[in-house]
Design a protein around this ligand. Structure first.
Ligand SMILES: [Zn+2]
Length: 427
């Protein structure tokens, strides 16, 4: 009954254009408003969750209280949920066959990781790091010669998909695994890298969220924690323990918020699992993939003060941008994470602040919501990977060079190396 009424209201709202709706809207409904400069200015000062701009409309996801916010801002809106469920906004960037097309679901990823470990046992080993609230496994693929051993080699970490709707961030690290294993016998440069480094790839930090994004609600961001107030989800990229909850601008104490930081640092299995991996290894650099915006971020996110090694991190990020640009001509902007907006409890600050190593967040294409926002076409996957590959290889090489230069691999002025080997119990 409610569904019928809502569908009818959507049709009416759509037919009449942008009349103020009296439809009984619920959280997570999607509404659109006219994409005027006036509306943009009003929305920029509000906590409303802007999904994308398309065809002269701004699309928003409703949280509790957002209907009255829109009304008090005097912005007419139309319900879009029903229409989007059937047919998303028309865009070349939405060409995703089936539910998730060429993108990997949890099960598809799991199968592929098992295949890689089976096909390349001499250089790839799959680790089960732990399980999520809904019982899914978070996997790490280690790529190195003699992967079953803890050799004295620099370790590099690639993380994907903290945020459920950022599907392409699973694909980029996964394709790195495919590249390093597939080219090992053919390409001497790949072989040298794999033989002299340990590359750890965790392509899917948030499997519960990804599945929810594929099956139920494409724009889901958080994990699937049932919060005390009945809402769902913690923002995993606000739940790490360094400067967690430093203020309410860089994260939110409100469970319904899209940037809810959780009840305490590392309250979520996903972040706790990444912490466990970081503490049991000796990473020299880490990268966490997100989308969208085409930016390369480094510490800090929680404060506008520069981090102690900001110059070094800035140089690394600039070098990455220089390596990415020639491939497809796309510009990625290097900048401190705080220049996007303040974030506290994120991965980069945790890794830099706790481990004392460079950590990078790459916001993959597109550039903005006008070009598709979170929705990358399937045909984007290989080109986005291709443009990022030189920067990935640079980070591996940079870690190798610094490791070789420091002799025994010690890092002067940085925290002592953690003990290796804890992970062996977690196969
Ligand atoms: Zn993200």
């Amino acid at each position: 009954m409610i569904t019928v009424r809502r569908a009818a209201a959507a049709l009416i709202a759509s037919a009449l254009g942008f009349l103020a709706s009296t439809t009984p809207l619920v959280p997570q409904d999607i509404v659109s408003v006219r994409a005027t400069e006036e509306n943009k200015a009003k929305l920029a000062r509000s906590p409303l969750d802007l999904l994308m701009e398309w065809d002269h409309k701004l699309y928003l996801v409703l949280a509790p209280g957002d209907v009255s916010r829109l009304q008090s801002l005097g912005i007419p809106f139309a319900l879009e949920t029903g229409r989007l469920a059937v047919s998303p906004p028309p865009s070349a960037a939405l060409s995703q066959g089936g539910l998730n097309g060429a993108y990997h679901s949890y099960a598809e990823l799991e199968r592929e990781l098992l295949d890689i470990a089976r096909d390349y046992p001499a250089i790839a080993k799959l680790f089960r790091l732990g399980t999520t609230l809904e019982g899914r496994t978070i996997y790490a693929l280690k790529i190195s010669d003699r992967p079953e051993l803890n050799e004295d080699e620099p370790e590099v970490l690639f993380l994907g998909c903290h945020h459920a709707r950022e599907w392409i961030t699973v694909e980029v690290p996964l394709l790195l695994a495919r590249y390093l294993t597939g080219e090992y016998d053919r390409d001497e440069n790949v072989r040298n890298r794999v033989d002299s480094a340990e590359v750890w790839i965790v392509p899917l930090v948030n499997p519960d969220g990804l599945e929810y994004s594929i099956q139920t609600y494409r724009w889901w961001r958080k994990n699937r924690r049932l919060n005390d107030d009945g809402s769902y989800g913690v923002d995993l990229n606000r739940n790490y323990g360094y400067q967690w909850g430093a203020d309410d601008e860089g994260s939110s104490p409100a469970p319904v918020s899209d940037v809810f930081r959780g009840r305490e640092p590392f309250s979520e299995p996903e972040t706790s699992i990444v912490r466990g991996l970081c503490e049991s290894r000796d990473f020299r650099v880490a990268v966490s993939y997100h989308n969208f915006s085409q930016i390369i971020l480094y510490a800090w996110g929680w404060t506008r003060r520069p981090s102690p090694n900001a110059a070094e991190y800035a140089a690394m990020a600039a070098r990455m941008a220089d390596l990415i640009r020639p491939v497809n001509g796309r510009d990625y902007t290097p900048e401190p994470a705080c220049s996007l907006y303040l974030t506290n409890g994120d991965t980069v600050d945790y890794i830099t602040g706790t481990l004392g190593i460079p950590a990078i967040t790459i916001e993959l294409p597109p550039l903005d919501i006008v070009h598709g926002g979170f929705m990358n076409a399937e045909s984007d996957i290989s080109s986005v990977f291709a443009e990022n590959l030189p920067a990935m290889l640079y980070l591996i090489d940079d870690a190798r060079q610094k490791f070789a230069a420091s002799g025994d691999g010690e890092r002067p002025g940085r925290p002592a190396k953690p003990k290796k080997g804890k992970l062996d119990a977690l196969k």
